[in-house]
Write a protein that binds this ligand. Structure first.
Ligand SMILES: C[S@@+](CC[C@H](N)C(=O)[O-])C[C@H]1O[C@@H](n2cnc3c(N)ncnc32)[C@H](O)[C@@H]1O
Length: 269
């Protein structure tokens, strides 16, 4: 049996590194552009398909080398969708359709980070309710804040950089122009519904900051963390995240609007 992954071409090296770290016994079988397959070892725990979830793939699943009667090859997309293709190229075509991404930014939006939350809403259940409170780390210049404020949320933004004037003028936005390290000991508000982090710091630093923050503040519904990956050290920190947040249900998804990064959501259990 084989497993396949679809990823972004620019993240293929990260996916291969991730598999090397997390599944060293799997042998690379075939790779082309954003599609890659691995041979699964003979003796292998079937629970794997219930529990494994890659950080740097859009989707993944089982694929069987043997053609079925019709001569088509059977692919299973995440167990729920079975796809029959003539060959791998057919699969690539399907994948390319997958990759069409035509989201556009609203004209007056301060940054493309807006799209990361729009995508996140598609992949995760983000059931924001009016007036919920968001603590947003790395909010400047304000694309994500723009998205959140349009959903009638109350946003507390923290960033050392400059925020767009349009966002600063919004009644439901409070801005702390400082580093997150300085903000934490100063904050008066200690309970938020969500924490959203989009800091361009190494994953290990972001994870440590969140762990420190959780000693001071309480996040009631969900933590969303966008983590950028610049190589093996960062990837290892990302792969270790479940050990650090054992009291949380963890989900992950690489988003179409992401560069070399992944989104992790943490829900208190
Ligand atoms: C990818 S940008 C954020 C884009 C933003 N989310 C938006 O919607 O426009 C990363 C931000 O992290 C901020 N940042 C990095 N380290 C920080 C720190 N220690 N404290 C506060 N902000 C930090 C940078 O100033 C930068 O604005």
């Amino acid at each position: 049996m084989f497993i396949y992954f679809f990823t972004k071409e620019k993240c293929l090296d990260l996916l291969k590194l991730e598999i090397k770290i997390r599944l060293p016994e799997f042998k690379l079988s075939f790779g082309h552009k954003g599609f890659v397959t691995y041979k699964v070892p003979e003796k292998f725990d079937e629970n794997f398909f219930e529990t494994f979830s890659p950080f740097f793939a859009y989707t993944w699943g089982k694929t069987f080398k043997e053609p079925i009667d019709s001569g088509l090859i059977r692919f299973e997309l995440n167990k729920n969708v079975v796809f029959y293709g003539e060959d791998r190229n057919h699969f690539h075509e399907k994948f390319n359709l997958f990759q069409v991404y035509d989201e556009t930014l609203p004209a007056d939006c301060p940054s493309r980070a807006y799209l990361k939350l729009k995508d996140a809403q598609k992949f995760f259940t983000l059931d924001f309710c009016s007036n919920e409170s968001i603590l947003e780390w790395g909010c400047a210049p304000g694309g994500m804040s723009f998205f959140l404020l349009n959903q009638n949320l109350k946003v507390t933004g923290v960033d050392a950089g400059l925020m767009s004037d349009k966002i600063l003028a919004h009644d439901e936005f409070s801005f702390y122009q400082m580093s997150v390290h300085d903000f934490l000991p100063k904050t008066q508000q200690t309970t938020f519904d969500y924490l959203i982090s989009d800091l361009n710091l190494p994953p290990k630093d972001v994870i440590d900051l969140i762990l420190n923050a959780l000693e001071i503040i309480q996040i009631k519904k969900m933590i969303l963390v966008h983590l950028k990956c610049n190589g093996e050290k960062d990837l290892k920190a990302i792969c270790n995240i479940s050990k650090k947040f054992s009291n949380y249900q963890i989900n992950r998804q690489m988003l179409p609007s992401h560069g070399r990064e992944t989104l992790i959501t943490l829900n208190p259990i």
